[in-house]
Structures are given as C-alpha cells and as structure tokens.
Design a binder for this molecule. Structure first.
Ligand code: GLU
Length: 377
C-alpha cells in the first residue's frame, strides 16, 4: 500500500487507532495542562469518531503534572518514591481533564491503568484485551496510562511508547500514532546535524534503522526517546499494525498530519497470529539460548528447537518462561516459551534426543522450545 494513502491514518483504512500523547505536549513547562492545545486534539478525535474510527488514547503526563503540584524537584523523577507520589497525584488531574474535554464533544471516557506485568502475563493480557474490546463496542474512548504509582522500577514500561504499542496489540488496533516533539525518524539527530533527513516510510526495522535512534527524550519531561519509539514500532508492526511518529507541536495534530502529510510510518509486517505476536512483543525475557547454524536453519523452516542444536544456555529461567533464541552471530532470531528450566536445559544442550531420558528421566520431553510456542523475530 502506498504510504501517502496511509498518511493521516484515514478512517477508511484504519478502523481502530491508538493515539499516544507525550508528557511534553500535555504539560507546559510551568506544570499546567496545555488545555487549549488538548482541546484541538480532542476535536480531531471527535471528527475521527464521527467518521467511524475507533480511538484509544494512551496519555502520559501524570508524573509531570503531579510533580508540579507537589513541588518535587527534577520533574518528579528524582527517585522512584517521588515519581510514584507524583504519578498518583497527577493521574487524577489528568483523568479529570480528559474526561471533561471528551465530554464537551459528547464522548464518554474510560480510564485504564496498567502495569507491564498486566500485559506480560497471558491471562491478564487477554483480560485487558477483552475490556478494551467491550469499551470499543460501547463507543467509549479509553484513556490508558501506566499505573506508575504501584509499578516497581524493574518491572515498569517506563515509557508510554512501548505501552501504546502493547495496548495496540491487545486492542487489535490497525495502527498506532505517537504524537511527539519530533516529526518523525531522521537519518541523524535533527537537533545536532543539519543534513539529517526525515524517513517517511520504513518497511523493515533493520540494524540500519535501529542505529538512527538517539537515546534520551529531547524535552527532558517524558522518558521515551527515539529508541523506545523504534521498539514500539517493532512491537506494533510485529503485531500487524502500522505505527507513525508525527509532530504534536501543532494544533489539531491529526488533521494537520492528514493535510500536510509529514511524519514517519513504519508499515505493518505480516501478522504471525495473535498469540505469537504477543509472544514476540513481550518485554521481559529471562534467558538466552544460543543455537548452531543447523538449528537456525531448522527454525527458519518452522521446526521446533531440539537440544542437539543448542550451543549455550544463559540466564536463570523456569519451565514456561520466555527465552530469546540467538544465532552464532549473537542476533535474536526467535522468542519462545521453554519446555525446560535453565538447569535442565544446560544439561541437555548439544545432546541428541535419544540421550535425554538417560539425563533427565523417562518422562522428559524431546523439544526445548516447541514451534507452537515460538515466534520468529
Ligand atoms: N506514565 C508516565 C506519566 O504518565 C509517562 C511515561 C513516559 O514518559 O512516556 O507521567
């Protein structure tokens, strides 16, 4: 499909859309909600809904807003306790703001606060997915944020870019748009390099694309930089959704994008099916299994991973945990749920299937990662 047809993610081509708004767009430097701008965005949302598009909002801004109210240093990001208190205080104001602006347009808002864990566990993920589906059917606009006031440091999304992609996946959205303080992905950092060029269309996220990301958030307010946006693009496109990065620094940013067409679109990859898509988009991976060239070729043909092809096992994991499978060059080629814990996996690495009962007992399984529980990356 031509990128220009997709530009603006028109309701005719994108039935369900996730819109992510970063902290720097929502909150001004003085710590107040940029209500006038937000009203123009809500007008865009209302127009899209009237044209038949279903919309889910992923809104940052809780920490930035709360920090101001509580007069906390470093925008509330000085410590985890500060960030959590700021999030708890800011979230209530943020929700109130969204609810009232959407209400002005006759739209009912719903709030969903999720943690990384909620989306990494299959049953909870399916639960969140069912809730989103029901809200869509009820014609409500969900406003989603990370539940920052309870999530602990190690198990946080930390940025709403990847959260938006995961929500897009859970909601089976057709596309995700990240409203940012930059208008897309550039060949180099546009603030530092005058020759940097905007890339309008990205068909595959390869090493060259990943290298274009610049770490850190330009605004210093949110936590997502280009790296988290590219990871978000990986999750969304792997789940069969397009992802765009556009500028939110103009009024009515969605109409502006639809008219002016400036932005970067990562095109959806062929969907691997819902369960495998969820697996490949998972963010917590507990172990690494390095395989030989023969096993790499076998996996490429759709086979399960047998212990014989395993060169090395790294990490501590239990049966059923998610592991990455890497080739000899150290590149992740697949991700799957392991049939063995790390101790047993190390024991049978490189051994032929017929040796396994002798090593682990008669009832042992012959595959290390079954192809039904594996997604190629
Ligand atoms: N969830 C955070 C907040 O509401 C924002 C995370 C981000 O910066 O993307 O403040």
């Amino acid at each position: 499909m031509a990128t220009n047809a997709l530009s603006g993610f028109p309701p005719a081509l994108v039935r369900r859309l996730v819109i992510k708004i970063g902290s720097a767009l929502l909150v001004d430097p003085a710590g107040e909600v940029r209500v006038d701008w937000l009203r123009t965005l809500v007008a865009d949302v209302a127009a899209r809904k009237a044209a038949g598009q279903q919309v889910i909002i992923v809104s940052s801004g809780a920490i930035a807003l709360g920090a101001r109210r509580l007069k906390l240093p470093k925008g509330g990001r000085g410590s985890l306790e500060d960030a959590q208190a700021a999030a708890a205080t800011g979230q209530i104001a943020l929700s109130q703001c969204w609810a009232s602006l959407l209400h002005e347009k006759g739209i009912t808002a719903a709030q969903m606060l999720v943690t990384l864990d909620d989306l990494e566990h299959r049953r909870r993920y399916l639960n969140a997915s069912a809730t989103l589906e029901r809200l869509m059917a009820l014609d409500v606009v969900p406003v989603v944020n990370e539940n920052d006031s309870v999530a602990t440091a190690e198990i946080r999304f930390g940025d709403n870019d990847r959260l938006a992609a995961r929500i897009g996946q859970a909601a089976r959205a057709d596309a995700v748009v990240l409203l940012s303080d930059v208008d897309g992905l550039y060949t180099a950092n546009p603030h530092a390099d005058a020759n940097a060029m905007l890339i309008e269309r990205i068909e595959r996220i390869d090493a060259r694309i990943a290298a274009m990301a610049d770490t850190g958030s330009a605004s210093g307010m949110g936590s997502g930089g280009m790296v988290s946006k590219i990871q978000a693009a990986q999750i969304a496109t792997g789940a069969g959704a397009h992802l765009a990065i556009i500028s939110g620094k103009v009024d009515a940013p969605l109409s502006h994008w639809a008219n002016a067409g400036r932005g970067s679109i990562f095109l959806a990859a062929e969907s691997q099916g819902a369960r495998k898509g969820w697996l490949s988009g998972r963010l917590t991976v507990l172990g690494r299994i390095i395989v030989d060239a023969g096993a790499e070729a076998a996996l490429g043909k759709g086979n399960s991973l047998l212990p014989a092809g395993v060169a090395q096992v790294e990490g501590v994991f239990a049966r059923g945990d998610v592991v990455d499978i890497l080739n000899q060059d150290g590149r992740v080629i697949a991700r799957g749920l392991t049939e063995y814990d790390s101790e047993a996996a190390a024991k049978i690495a490189g051994r032929r299937s017929e040796d396994i009962p002798g090593l682990l007992g008669e009832m042992s399984r012959t595959v290390l990662v079954h192809r039904d529980h594996m997604a190629m990356v």
